[in-house]
Design a protein around this ligand. Structure first.
Ligand SMILES: *[C@@H]1O[C@H](CO)[C@@H](O)[C@H](O)[C@H]1NC(C)=O
Ligand SMILES: *[C@@H]1O[C@H](CO)[C@@H](O)[C@H](O)[C@H]1NC(C)=O
Ligand SMILES: *[C@@H]1O[C@H](CO)[C@@H](O)[C@H](O)[C@H]1NC(C)=O
Length: 365
C-alpha cells in the first residue's frame, strides 16, 4: 500500500512540475521588459510579444547556444538621450525569426536633422552572434540614428530584413545607416530592403562579407569607409567582400568607397560589385576617394589604405540628371589603387563629366 502510494506521489510530483514549467507558452514568452533576462537565460524557444523597453535600458539577449527566438509583437523603446544600442544580441547557432513583429525605435522623437552630431541618440540593433546563426525577416522601423551594427560577429546570416526609416526623409532623419559592419567575418545579408538617410551598407573592417539582393533607397549607397582607426593593420583592413544583384535608387551615391588619410595604414582587397542597378542617383554613381579627413573629403588623396583588386561588372543605370550628378569619380593617392577590373559599367543621365586620376582596366573614364 505504502509502495503504491509512493508511486502515485512521484507521478503527481512529475505531473505538477511538468505543467508549471510548460516550456513554450508560459515561462518562455516575453511580454514585458522585466521578464527578458530570466527567459533568455533559461529557454531555448522564446516568443517575443509586444512590450516597451524603458528609456535608457538595453534589450540585451545573451541567448543559449542553439536558441530560437520568434518575434510576434511590436517592441517599442521609450525616448532617452543615450548612446545605446537599444538591442544587443549574443549567441551561437541561434535562430532569430519574425512572425509579424516589429522593432520600433521611435525615431521621430529624436530626429533633429543632425544625426550623430545633434542631440545624443541611441544606436538601434547590435548583432554579436557566431557559429552559424541566422536572423530571418526582421523588421526595424524608425531608427533614431544607425540601424544595425554587426560587430565582433562571425558565421551569421541575415535574410529578408526590412529597415524602414522612410518617415525620416521629411522628418529630419540623418546618419540612419542601414547595416554597419566591423570586426566581423563570414557575414551574409540577402533579400534586404533598406529605406534610410545614410549608407545602405557601410563596411569599416572585416573579411568574407557577402551581400545579395539588397534594395536600397533614399540613402548614400553601398559603401566602404576604411582607415578611421588611428592604429595601423587589421583594424583598418577589409578583405573579400561581394555585393551582387543589388538595386540602389534615389540615393546620394550608388557605390561609395572612401579611405581616411588621417587614420592609420590599412588595406582594401578583393572587393566585387556585380549586377548593381542604379536609378535616380543624385551625386555620384560610383565614388571612390582616398582623401577623407575629419569626416569629409578634403585636399590631396593619400594611399595609406590602398585599394587592390576591385572588380565591377554590370554596374548600370541612371543618375538623377541634377546639376551635381557625375557618373564616375575616382581619386587615388600615390600607389593607392591597383588591379581594378571593370566591365559593363554604364551609367547615364549625369550632368557633369567623369573625373578619374586612375583608370581601371576595361573602363574608359
Ligand atoms: C502553446 O501554444 C501553441 C499555440 O498557441 C499551442 O499550439 C501549443 O499546444 C501550446 N503548448 C503548450 C505546451 O501549451
Ligand atoms: C529579393 O528580395 C526581395 C525582398 O526581400 C524578395 O521579395 C525577392 O524574392 C528576392 N529575390 C530573390 C531573387 O531572392
Ligand atoms: C570569401 O568570402 C566568402 C563568403 O562570403 C567565402 O565563401 C569565400 O571562401 C571567401 N574567399 C576567400 C578566398 O577567403
Amino acid at each position: 500500500m505504502a509502495f503504491i502510494f509512493n508511486k502515485i506521489l512521484v507521478f503527481v510530483i512529475i505531473a505538477v512540475s511538468t505543467a508549471t514549467s510548460s516550456p513554450l507558452n508560459d515561462s518562455c514568452t516575453i511580454s514585458s521588459y522585466d521578464s527578458v533576462s530570466s527567459v533568455v537565460s533559461s529557454c531555448w524557444s522564446i516568443v517575443m510579444e509586444s512590450f516597451t523597453v524603458p528609456g535608457g535600458q538595453q534589450l540585451t539577449m545573451n541567448l543559449m547556444t542553439g536558441a530560437t527566438v520568434t518575434v510576434k509583437g511590436t517592441i517599442t523603446f521609450e525616448h532617452n538621450e543615450w548612446t545605446g544600442p537599444l538591442v544587443q544580441i549574443y549567441g551561437s547557432r541561434i535562430t532569430f525569426q519574425n512572425a509579424g513583429g516589429v522593432f520600433d525605435g521611435q525615431g521621430a522623437s529624436y530626429w533633429d536633422g543632425k544625426g550623430g552630431s545633434g542631440s545624443t541618440k541611441p544606436k538601434f540593433f547590435r548583432i554579436k552572434t557566431t557559429g552559424g546563426s541566422t536572423f530571418n525577416d526582421i523588421v526595424l522601423k524608425n531608427c533614431p540614428v544607425q540601424c544595425v551594427s554587426i560587430s565582433s560577429a562571425s558565421d551569421t546570416t541575415l535574410k529578408g530584413w526590412t529597415l524602414d526609416v522612410s518617415a525620416g526623409d521629411k522628418g529630419g532623419g540623418h546618419n540612419t545607416d542601414g547595416f554597419d559592419l566591423s570586426s566581423s567575418h563570414g557575414i551574409t545579408i540577402e533579400n534586404a530592403v533598406v529605406k534610410n538617410q545614410d549608407d545602405c551598407v557601410a563596411i569599416n573592417q572585416g573579411y568574407n562579407y557577402y551581400f545579395r539582393n539588397m534594395t536600397c533607397s533614399g540613402g548614400h549607397g553601398l559603401s566602404l569607409s576604411v582607415g578611421l582607426n588611428k592604429n595601423s593593420g587589421d583594424v583598418n583592413t577589409v578583405r573579400n567582400v561581394t555585393f551582387t544583384d543589388c538595386v540602389v535608387k534615389d540615393s546620394m551615391n550608388g557605390i561609395h568607397i572612401k579611405t581616411h588619410k588621417d587614420g592609420g595604414d590599412g588595406a582594401i582587397t578583393d572587393v566585387t560589385y556585380n549586377n548593381i542597378q542604379l536609378s535616380g542617383i543624385v551625386n555620384y554613381g560610383i565614388n571612390i576617394q582616398e582623401n577623407y579627413a575629419n569626416g569629409g573629403s578634403s585636399g590631396d588623396p593619400v594611399g595609406n589604405v590602398p585599394i587592390t583588386n576591385l572588380q565591377l561588372s554590370s554596374v548600370t543605370g541612371t543618375m538623377s540628371g541634377g546639376k551635381k550628378s557625375m557618373a564616375v569619380y575616382i581619386l587615388c593617392g600615390t600607389n593607392g589603387c591597383s588591379n581594378w577590373n571593370w566591365w559593363d559599367v554604364s551609367i547615364t543621365h549625369a550632368k557633369k563629366t567623369n573625373s578619374c586620376n586612375f583608370t581601371p582596366n576595361g573602363f574608359t573614364c
